[in-house]
Design a protein around this ligand. Sequence first.
Ligand code: GRF
Length: 209
Amino acid sequence: MRAMRNIVILISGRGSNMRAIVQAAQTERWPAKISAIISNRRDAEGLRYAEEQGIPHAVVANGDYPTRAAFDAALQRTIDGFAPDLVVMAGFMRILTAPFVEHYAGRILNIHPSLLPNFPGMATHRQALAAGVRMHGATVHFVTADLDHGPIVTQVEVPVLPTDTEQSLAQRVLIQEHIVYPRAIRWFIEGKLSIEDGHVHIAVETNVR
Ligand code: GRF
């Protein structure tokens, strides 16, 4: 039997993706454990859920560090204290330095609420509405030093309705995020993901990707 994998989840706020991942890991009995939830904000709502669930959690507050490099080094020390096989960014609102990202190369995932490479950065739903696209969505990707441009694991499309506001669109995308992100993480945990020439290969016998 494959050894249990350790997952460390990074959050900055609400933590609804984190919650979906924790729940999927439990109900689907992944060969993995959520070793820790780490937030860069003391007031992150998601920390309360970690507390309730008895999941180890920590705060590394970026405001406590003079530079990006100093913060990333402290964050890395804290993460590595939990010996992760995989680091999962779930609404973690920080741009990371290259040494940090390289340290976790091939074992750090992010979810971005757009169909990348469209609309990297912030306010993706507003960007989608402004562009008038008919299809929007979310992307799970490996994190590289190139912001929101790492190798894509999976994407989900969400139609943009004529009546949509930024909020209604965000809400519809979020529901799908809660499905695709746990699925992608499970693929990683099961050893089904590999990166070849900057593209992700998924060893699953379905057409779901
Ligand atoms: C999600 O839409 C995620 O894609 C984006 O930030 C939001 C975080 O939501 N990066 P939550 O904290 O997981 O509820």
